[in-house]
Design a protein around this ligand. Structure first.
Ligand SMILES: CC(C)(COP(=O)(O)OP(=O)(O)OC[C@H]1O[C@@H](n2cnc3c(N)ncnc32)[C@H](O)[C@@H]1OP(=O)(O)O)[C@@H](O)C(=O)NCCC(=O)NCCS
Length: 145
């Protein structure tokens, strides 16, 4: 695995560069002002740099005791497949250790990645999405039976 510099201080991160990382990964359009809110409200944040370039990121929304939710894990395409995603999840799980449950939802196609890292599929997970129809189309939710 390549050497990375790890940052856990949101103030040290260029939010335009973070937004660009998600566009490239790809993990959707995440405007800098919204990233400031969601990362700012997260208990744990981790950023990986290769030199001066931001190449990986992730966060944990957590309550300190019961639930910790891992979100927005992404690796720059030029750095994918070299162990960085595994390292980000490892650091986020370590930060969230002690919570009764650590949850996430996998982007369709990445389930194997999380299975390898010790996550199991949730048998009864349910969700309300802001756009349920689109989430069903994207394979994130199953339509009501
Ligand atoms: C998914 C993602 C975070 C993985 O990061 P990565 O740095 O490429 O993954 P790693 O190199 O650490 O891979 C770790 C292991 O998972 C496997 N793996 C990686 N992506 C996988 C996938 N999509 N499905 C199944 N296994 C996968 C690797 O082969 C590797 O296995 P190995 O250790 O036996 O060789 C990265 O590809 C990414 O940013 N994708 C686009 C955004 C995204 O989908 N994010 C996830 C949101 S839920």
């Amino acid at each position: 695995m390549d050497e990375h510099r790890w940052v856990d201080d949101l103030d040290a991160v260029d939010l335009d560069e973070l937004s660009e990382l998600y566009r490239l990964a790809p993990l959707g359009v995440k405007p800098p002002d919204r990233l400031a809110v969601v990362f700012g409200n997260s208990m744990f944040v981790r950023f990986a740099y290769a030199g001066s370039r931001l190449v990986g990121a992730g966060r944990v929304l957590a309550d300190g005791i019961d639930c910790a939710y891992i979100a927005d894990v992404a690796v720059h395409p030029q750095h994918q497949g070299r162990g960085l995603g595994r390292a980000i999840i490892g650091r986020l799980v370590e930060a969230a250790r002690g919570h009764k449950k650590i949850l996430l939802y996998a982007n369709p196609g990445t389930e194997g990645f999380y299975l390898d890292l010790g996550f199991l599929p949730m048998a009864t997970a349910m969700a309300i999405w802001d756009d349920q129809g689109r989430a069903v189309e994207a394979g994130l939710l199953r339509a009501a039976p």
